[in-house]
Design a binder for this molecule. Sequence first.
Ligand code: 13P
Length: 286
Amino acid sequence: MPFPAVFTAYRVFQRDHRVRGEAALGWNIMSTARKPLVAGNWKLNKLVGEAVATVEALKPLVADVSNVDIVVCPVYTALHAAAQAAAGSNVEVGAQNAYNKENGAFTGEISPQMIKDTGCTWVIIGHSERRQYFGEGDALLNEKLHFALGTGLKVMFCIGETLEEREGGKMDDVLTRQITEGLKGVSEAQFANVAIAYEPVWAIGTGVTASPEQAESAHLFVRDLVRKLFGDAVADGVRIQYGGSAKPGNAAELISQPNVDGFLVGGAALQADSFAGIITAVSAHG
Ligand code: 13P
């Protein structure tokens, strides 16, 4: 095969079969290999002492894991202590939300600069609970995303359809709108600091997990859309996490899907051992 044909064939292979590391093919053009990202979203749980204890318990359980990026996202009041507890380990700390202003008369809000100041490196933007209970829409979330990226924070940007939308045949439209509006204006360089979390709302906190086929088909849809909007390099590089009742028992099957690049975990991330179980399953998949 002439080189361009080889390259095209490789890109198709890469698209259809995620290549996780250079060792996978022994071929050093894997700039688009995706390192899995597993994050725990602790939501409105854990006092400062509990958050620190969970980080301390997690660290030894995952100390040997180098092929997965690991993040925990406590409540604001525990960010600084959790980041201090995680310092020097392979566990990063993120916030669950951030406002789109640095400071000023915005009672009750917190800026990405303040989050960064606590020692955090990540922030979640657009979680379905923010959309559902706090009325955050695509335009605001896009502003928040850009503002957070501007501070150097990495962003997990959440999308996902409700059961009603899925059953009403609107899933593709909803995901298309959330991606198109929510990620508007993000440059190829900025995408290095963006992960997309696909969290079907009907699977969040319900114990109902998307089947590996449902997850893969949604993730592939999202990646194809990202390819159309932002090009091959972004689509091949961006990590798409699955969220919605992920647990140690279903992580291996889900992560074996070519377009599932990690997890955003709620309930099962609250205990260090179950969260570590998910991380270990992902790590073992390589
Ligand atoms: P559960 O894992 O509890 O379903 O929550 C998922 C989630 O919302 C993570 O952000």
